[in-house]
Write a protein that binds this ligand. Structure first.
Ligand SMILES: [Zn+2]
Length: 205
């Protein structure tokens, strides 16, 4: 068990809480390292977790070997993400307001107006609905998470993967910021698309 990973998760929990991306009942954060999965507990406010609150599971058996609370009900979502993407070390699932609004609308986050979105993420697709808190949630998302680092889960929230927990956090924050800007741009007017060759430059990055 690596205490520095637990400390990293706690730091990310506090940051995502401050940013309004997680709360007591929404959002779970995990790290995979050396055959162990470290994950936030079920139903606890992310702002007030301490080191003993982070659950540690053996990756294969999912036997809990650390943490004083039961793990998030979304353990299958995290475990399946790790099984699907061998190159990732962290998973964040949360319900940020703007991204979740897109997920409720079954609307992918994509644009020809915002180079930041095209260059960093190309598109955030929507995976069909799977019931939250069950293993059904992941199967519709599998083919998307093979290709994308962020996938909207229809009628639910977002799944973000990264090489480490800070990398996943940065992506989740950036994706929410982009979804927010696109929403506001549509509220106050109509986003103006860039020419196709300019879009192609960013989409190829
Ligand atoms: Zn959720």
């Amino acid at each position: 068990m690596d205490i520095s990973i637990i400390k990293d998760i706690l730091q990310v929990c506090r940051r995502l809480d401050q940013k309004g991306l997680v709360n007591a009942y929404e959002g779970n954060i995990s790290v995979r390292q050396n055959g162990l999965i470290y994950i936030t507990p079920a139903g606890k406010n992310k702002a007030f977790l301490d080191e003993e609150a982070i659950c540690v599971l053996e990756e294969g058996s999912l036997k809990q070997i650390g943490g004083k609370f039961p793990p998030s009900s979304e353990v299958p979502l995290h475990v399946n993400s790790y099984q699907t993407r061998s190159n990732i070390g962290a998973v964040i699932h949360c319900h940020p307001p703007y991204l979740t609004a897109f997920a409720l609308d079954h609307r992918p986050v994509k644009t020809k107006a915002y180079p930041e979105m095209m260059g960093n993420f190309k598109e955030i697709p929507v995976a069909p609905y799977g019931r939250p808190g069950t293993s059904d949630i992941f199967e519709p998302a599998r083919k998307y998470i093979e290709k994308y680092d962020g996938v909207l889960l229809a009628n639910h929230g977002i799944l973000v993967v990264g090489k480490d927990v800070y990398n996943a956090m940065n992506k989740a924050e950036a994706m929410e910021a982009i979804a927010r800007v696109l929403s506001i741009a549509e509220q106050i007017g109509k986003p103006v698309d860039l020419p196709d060759d300019e879009c192609a430059f960013f989409l190829a990055k």
